[in-house]
Design a protein around this ligand. Sequence first.
Ligand code: BGC
Length: 388
Amino acid sequence: MAELKFPAGFLWGASTAAYQVEGGIENVDWAQAAREGKVPPAGRAADFYNRFESDFDIAASLSMNAQRFSIEWARIEPEEGKFDEKQIEHYRAVFAALKVRGLTPVPNLWHFTLPLWFSQRGGFLHEDAPEVFARYCRFVVERLGSEADLWLTHNEPMVYSAKGYWDGVWPPFLKNPLRHLRVISAIAAAHRAAYRAMKEARPAIQVGIAKHNIFFESNWNPLNMLRCALSDRFWNHRFLRLIAGYQDFIGLNHYHHRKFGATAGERAAAVRSDMGWELHPTSLYHCLVGLKRYGLPVYVSEHGLADAADSRRAEFIRNAARSLHRALADGVPVKGYLHWSMLDNYEWTEGFGPRFGLVEVDYATQTRRIRESAYVYKQICEKNALVD
Ligand code: BGC
């Protein structure tokens, strides 16, 4: 039996996002879309807004030492330029609850949902969006910057723009190639402005984004090789290039493998999650290696699967630990792993069906049940090692 040891101080934890778990958020574009019947309503979700302390008790009982969560912009700035200090105090209590349990906070300032006033004036495509977003980010770190070292501004700008401006399935429901490209640049500009404002307010903090990268590969066919190279360049690296010099670390969100020219046999043999997504055993490793060129610390900010029966999650987590260890051995400065998700939650257009949680949530009673696979993760967190 081998023991794959991790460096001291490695962060092991899990992630959530405000709209997906908090409940009671009505003044955002997603809630408006739900009222119009375009997406499922999030309602009370997992009631994390009221239950964060007992949920962090569970995280600590699973020997985690970190937790990623998001701050809901629309709670902090419900009307343009009007900031709600009471909500700052709510999130201050969230930070305090993490601290007393020995959980390093990894806060994220924007996870897909936009305050209604911001989305109604064109979202990130409005000309002053960078300043407006930066003003919000600055406000939060002026108040709460001393509570965390690592701050994320954005979650998955490429997914947000693809779903909302290309596929047209998320707010603002557009299928417009030109605006799709424009919004990517606009979000990058907003990040750069936020980075400057946050560092000015709190020079000691580390600022990054959570970037969704895919493991692309190809068969022997030169055309497929070209498609693979272009996809990698556009999807995985374009945004990171747009914010070069404006990030102190990279958050990697990883879920997908795509092989151009895969055979029907290869496709049929793949193990899949409840979402039908392939669970490739080493794709995380490949994505981590793809980030080595930036020379920045990397935190896996999301990685997980929908698995209601909990029959694939334990092996998925063990494979993740193997990938992390192998990437470290190859010189990728990986500093932590935050599994998606701590709790079952609202999975966007899929509603509450998919079960991504280490902890199962019964939405009718809001009771929690720790899944068996979470104990496999606990062993890794506890030992800071995978016994293989
Ligand atoms: C997002 C999460 C989402 C997860 C699973 C990521 O793309 O950041 O909000 O729930 O994937 O789909």
